[in-house]
Design a binder for this molecule. Structure first.
Ligand SMILES: Nc1ncnc2c1ncn2[C@@H]1O[C@H](COP(=O)(O)OP(=O)(O)OP(=O)(O)O)[C@@H](O)[C@H]1O
Length: 891
């Protein structure tokens, strides 16, 4: 048992000793851990004591870096903002007042935002403070600094004015407290209707009016096609409405209606160019409202309210006043002309139109900026243009011709143009010395034809002939209209023809044969030209011109297209006085025979100045077909040259005239083709020429051209020219001719002329048969010498015999008598027969003197002598006299 107890004791002891040992070991380990922990803590504490210092240094470094980055970024942003501001507020929208001037926007440009001051930034440039207004929204100004508020308003208005075209911005002021004093500087604008004021109590009306404008613009201008005027301007380049800025400066509390209208304007105005600049009246909170608060410590703009704005100084009163005066003056001077290029198609669209059915072209734009078209076709077929001198008829004709000529090629359209007033502006359509170009569509230009109504007649006859040609062709193809003719004869040349006659009343002036025939031809062309594509455009500054037509209602009725320039009388229908209130450079275009319903107002671009026109003409000229010939230019003030006459150039000695005999060219016929008047000299009785009148130069010119043209048809040595000069004044030209004809010519004077006639008369019986031309200058001056006998007969008897018998023996007299009576005396007395004078050219001889045997019928021809013109009559071919222009003398 004891053993058992001892064993147990031992075991317990052993267990206890183990447990004690383990506890001892754990205690040691724990102690070691504790030491380690303490040690670490001490180290950590030590380390922790060092950390704040290092972190602080790093933080400071980082903060310094951030500061630098920030500053650099601010400088960079400020510069970028500055550049953007210059872009967004260009010219007058942002420039300093010193040297400030208006810089109106061009057609598609946006007006930009407006600078009111600048925002100073530390350490860098100040950034402009910009406020959107035109095309964008409204501005509300408030705050305790009254002067500052005034400055903001004046600044905004002047800058906006400077960005608008003159007349493109209208102000309306409501200033019940100061009765307009707040806008006093802008007062000069009111002289041009660009600034109006409404008095106290007028706010309701003003707002009603703005709402009406917005409604009208939405309905008729934007018309659902564009969202805003800005969009319209960007798309079309047109800004048909001005900006309207209402400046509302305080007043009583608004009533409900006014409040409602104000809200509408705020919501919808900006799209229609209607804007508000308001102080002292609340505006609703809309994104379109920009608020500026101006207090003593500076201004703040909503949206960037944390930045203080340093306002610009107010613009000087003198600058505001001068600008407003200038703008008003420009508006009062009338609207600026629209650019001519508006009438032209794009370069790649030129000559692309087809004229079978009609000719369409814009002539200008209407008040809403839409093009106004002119049409010539079946309806309306012809046009009448009227307006007092200086109102722009010539310009309108240029504009119309340019708009047409750029759309239709010369194969589709031809022009004939006649200007009865003095001046050469139409000459540039033809080739000139200074400018070799011509308008490829132009077939004929007649200028300075004021005294040559025959030229107008010639044009009408030419057109009548063309009308006949077209009518015949139409008949042959069994069609009636130009469009049909062109369809069945696609290779034919059937352009539409537009004949323009400026100051056409000259053509119809007087009650003579020319006027009568012209009126008949006009009537026929007006009636039948419509279906054959021949269109008449008649222009007149003078009511008499219209009245000349008025006597012929059938003629007038065809001119359904009427174009009236400012103050034109009687172009439109009787009770239609739209032309009386037209501004400068505008026209009433009316395709309804002038009835009020047909009125369209068009602003006409400037087309007639040299640079504008020639740019287009050169472009079209370069496009001309290779075989295009220049237009014929007939200048009533110019003297034609024989050497350049087509008929003269066509003469040559190898051409066999046959029985028709050689031809003596006497001058240029007043006609469309620059032909020469020719006198045929066959072997037949009476084939002599008398030149009658006292004008030395003209008489010499006629004989000179006759002789030179005859000489061109004979080889040297095969014809004789005997020149007798009996007037010292004619000596030089006669001698020049003598020298030119060289060996074929012989010279006689008053001493030797009796021998010439005697020998010639005697030789008639047994001559060589060689042509012999006697050119007798002022033959009546030798009456005394010719009165004496040479052989059995007097010189005059010899002369009469030559006149009588010569032509059949190829001997022709081309003689100048200084009067009809003198010629008759030489022929045998006042009652003597004149059969042997088969042809004559009358110069300063009245028609009445050419009666009896010289001209068919009684009373002589309708002939009113005028400088450098002659009336040619050849009894073998003419029924009436033909006006000629002598060729210039070759000196
Ligand atoms: N639409 C226009 N835009 C700008 N200038 C114009 C316009 N129309 C005419 N003018 C200018 O006005 C002046 C007179 O115009 P124009 O010669 O066309 O008038 P007109 O009626 O033909 O006069 P007249 O019968 O005396 O010749 C010219 O200097 C012309 O350049």
């Amino acid at each position: 048992m004891a053993d058992l107890r001892a064993q147990l004791t031992h075991r317990v002891r052993t267990m206890l000793s183990h447990a004690l040992g383990a506890a001892q070991a754990r205690q040691d380990a724990a102690r070691t851990d504790l030491d380690t922990g303490r040690h670490r803590l001490a180290r950590t504490r030590q380390a922790a004591e060092r950390v704040p210092h290092r972190v602080g240094v790093e933080r400071d470094q980082r903060l310094a870096e951030i500061d630098t980055q920030h500053a650099t970024r601010i400088v960079d942003l400020a510069h970028r903002a500055l550049r953007a501001a210059h872009r967004e507020a260009p010219g007058a929208a942002g420039a300093d007042w010193s040297g400030w001037q208006p810089t109106p926007v061009d057609r598609t440009e946006s007006p930009g935002v407006l600078r009111v001051g600048e925002i100073p930034l530390p350490g860098t440039v100040a950034v402009p403070a910009l406020v959107p207004l035109l095309d964008t929204g409204h501005v509300h100004v408030s705050g305790t600094d009254r002067e500052g508020c005034d400055t903001v308003v004046t600044t905004l208005l002047l800058r906006a004015l400077g960005r608008a075209r003159p007349g493109g911005l209208r102000l309306v002021g409501y200033d019940p407290e100061h009765l307009g004093g707040g806008l006093a500087g802008f007062a000069p604008l009111s002289t041009a209707g660009l600034l109006t004021f409404v008095g106290p109590g007028g706010l309701g009306r003003l707002l009603d009016d703005l709402v009406d404008q917005i409604r009208r613009i939405n309905e008729t201008v934007l018309a659902g096609e564009y969202g805003s005027l800005r969009e319209l301007a960007a798309a079309t380049g047109r800004r048909p409405e001005p900006w309207r800025v209402a400046v509302l400066l305080g007043g009583d509390e608004l009533n409900r209606h006014e409040r409602g209208q104000l809200d509408r304007v705020v919501r919808t105005g900006a799209a229609c160019g209607v804007h508000l600049v308001v102080r002292g009246i609340d505006l609703p909170d809309e994104p379109s409202v920009r608020r500026i608060v101006v207090d003593a410590d500076g201004a703040r703009i909503a949206g960037v309210a944390s930045l203080t704005v340093r306002l610009d100084p107010p613009p000087g009163a003198a600058l505001v006043n001068a600008t407003c005066r200038q703008v008003a003056a420009e508006v009062n001077a009338g609207p600026a002309p629209a650019p001519f290029t508006d009438l032209l198609p794009e370069a790649d669209q030129m000559w692309q139109e087809e004229s079978s059915e009609a000719l369409h072209a814009p002539i200008g734009e209407d008040p809403l900026g839409r093009p106004v078209l002119l049409t010539l076709g079946d309806y309306p077929p012809h046009a009448l243009i009227g307006g007092p001198s200086g109102t722009g008829k010539t310009n309108l004709i240029f504009a119309w011709i340019g708009a047409l000529a750029s759309r239709y090629s010369p194969a589709e359209l031809e022009f004939y143009l006649l200007d009865f007033k003095e001046g050469v502006s139409f000459a540039r359509f033809a080739q000139g010395r200074r400018d070799p170009s011509w308008l490829p569509h132009m077939r004929l230009v007649g200028i300075n034809v004021n005294t040559d109504r025959e030229f107008g007649l010639a044009l009408l006859r030419f057109l009548a002939e063309e009308l006949r040609r077209r009518a015949d062709a139409a008949k042959k193809h069994e069609v009636t209209k130009l469009a049909e003719l062109r369809a069945v004869d696609p290779t034919g040349h059937w352009p539409r023809i537009v004949a323009v006659v400026d100051e056409f009343q000259m053509l119809l002036a007087g009650r003579d044969v020319v006027a009568r025939e012209a009126a008949d031809l006009l009537e026929d062309l007006a009636r039948r030209g419509r279906s054959q594509g021949i269109h008449l455009v008649l222009a007149s500054q003078d009511v008499r011109g219209i009245e000349a037509l008025w006597g012929r209602p059938a003629l007038v009725a065809q001119f359904t297209l009427r174009i009236a320039l400012p103050k034109a009388l009687r172009i439109l229908a009787e009770r239609n006085d739209a032309a009386q209130s037209l501004p400068r450079y505008h026209a009433v275009v009316n395709a309804e025979s002038g009835m009020v319903e047909g009125n369209q107002i068009a602003r006409i671009p400037s087309a007639s100045d040299w640079g504008t026109w020639s740019e287009l003409q050169h472009r079209l000229w370069r496009m001309r077909p290779a075989d295009a010939a220049p237009a014929r230019l007939f200048d009533g003030d110019a003297i034609p040259r024989l050497a350049e006459a087509p008929d003269f150039r066509a003469l040559d000695p190898t051409g066999d005239p046959g029985s028709r005999g050689p031809v003596a060219l006497l001058g240029e016929i007043i006609d469309v083709q620059a032909r020469s008047a020719g006198l045929r000299l066959p072997r037949a009785p009476g084939r002599n020429l008398a030149v009658l009148g006292t004008r030395v130069d003209e008489a010499c010119a006629v004989l000179d051209a006759a002789a030179r043209s005859l000489a061109r048809q004979h080889r040297p040595g095969t014809a004789r020219f005997s020149i007798a000069c009996l007037d010292a004044d004619a000596d030089a030209p006669a001698r020049a001719l003598y020298e030119e004809l060289a060996d074929d010519a012989a010279w006689y004077d008053e001493e030797t002329v009796p021998e010439l006639v005697a020998e010639t008369a005697d030789g008639l019986g047994h001559g060589s048969g060689q042509p012999h031309y006697l050119l007798l200058y002022a033959v009546d001056a030798a009456s005394a010498q010719l009165g004496g006998r040479v052989g059995k007969r007097t010189g005059l008897e010899h002369l009469r015999r030559i006149l009588h018998d010569g032509p059949e023996r190829r001997t022709h007299v081309l003689a100048w008598w200084r009067g009809v009576a003198r010629m008759r005396a030489d022929l045998g007395g006042p009652a003597s027969r004149t059969d042997q004078i088969g042809a004559w050219v009358a110069l300063d001889v009245q028609g009445g003197e050419l009666s009896s045997s010289l001209y068919p019928g009684t009373g002589g021809p309708d002939w009113y002598p005028r400088p450098w013109r002659g009336l040619f009559f050849d009894r073998a071919v003419h029924r009436t006299g033909q006006v000629i222009v002598p060729y210039g003398l070759t000196r």
